[in-house]
Ligand binder design. Structure first.
Ligand SMILES: Cc1cc2nc3c(=O)[nH]c(=O)nc-3n(C[C@H](O)[C@H](O)[C@H](O)COP(=O)(O)O)c2cc1C
Length: 216
């Protein structure tokens, strides 16, 4: 962390969805720190289903922008992150994850054994929602990156507007049912900062103990 970094609260307040970026590259040490911060994001069971692809070449930027209805942030930003998920990746990675948890001293062997016994049933019980659960983890990782980047003066834009099949093809996962796409996130120096578009009053979105009835 350098002295000029914004605090988490400052970064959250500063963040806006940037629609136009300068072409300035992200300095390599900053990029590496962002990757490390992003990788520290939590995930359900610590199963870490998110697979992140950094889009940096002109050819890939053009392909991704085309898959995202021509959104020019992707063309302009020096790097765009595609947050994909490996929905069943945990089946292959669980052993390594449990071993690491025990070796680090964070998890007693008993806890690791409990996960091994219970997590597979939990995951299978999710049925179609297994993808949704993986997407939650990816969104947490993406948000971690977005705030970390903002803290370093690098802005971004969450992007949902893309064709999933095309994005999968671009990152090399064409037709793979195990892979889902959560989000596209260009990062860079903003060429213009939009104003805050405002939020609904908290009285409409934040409650204590129960939702009101009816919910609007
Ligand atoms: C999940 C998600 C998907 C979004 N998708 C797009 C998008 O495809 N293109 C875009 O220009 N903005 C997109 N936005 C930005 C929103 O329009 C923006 O966050 C909202 O208007 C509030 O503005 P602010 O982010 O500056 O506070 C998305 C935001 C989120 C959280």
């Amino acid at each position: 962390m350098s002295k000029s970094d914004l605090s988490a609260a400052e970064a959250i307040r500063a963040r806006r969805s940037i629609k136009t970026f300068k072409s300035d590259p992200v300095p390599e040490p900053v990029l590496q720190e962002l990757l490390s911060l992003m990788q520290d994001a939590p995930s359900s069971w610590n199963f870490q289903p998110t697979r992140v692809v950094m889009i940096r070449s002109q050819e890939q930027k053009e392909a991704l922008a085309a898959a995202a209805w021509g959104q020019k942030q992707i063309l302009e930003a020096p790097v765009t992150f595609v947050f994909a998920v490996s929905i069943r990746g945990w089946e292959k990675n669980m052993d390594e994850i449990l071993k690491t948890g025990v070796a680090s001293g964070a998890w007693p062997q008993k806890f690791a054994d409990w996960i091994r016994e219970n997590a597979p049933g939990f995951q299978k019980g999710l049925g179609d929602r297994e993808r949704e659960y993986a997407i939650k983890d990816a969104m947490i990782m993406a948000t971690t990156l977005a705030i970390a980047a903002e803290s370093k003066g690098l802005s971004n834009c969450y992007i949902n507007g893309w064709d999933e099949a095309k994005v999968k093809q671009i990152i090399g996962a064409e037709g793979d049912k195990n892979i889902g796409i959560a989000l596209v996130l260009p990062i860079g120096t903003p060429a213009a900062r939009p104003k805050h578009p405002g939020r609904l009053p908290a009285s409409k979105t934040i409650f204590t103990d129960r939702l009101p009835s009816p919910v609007i």
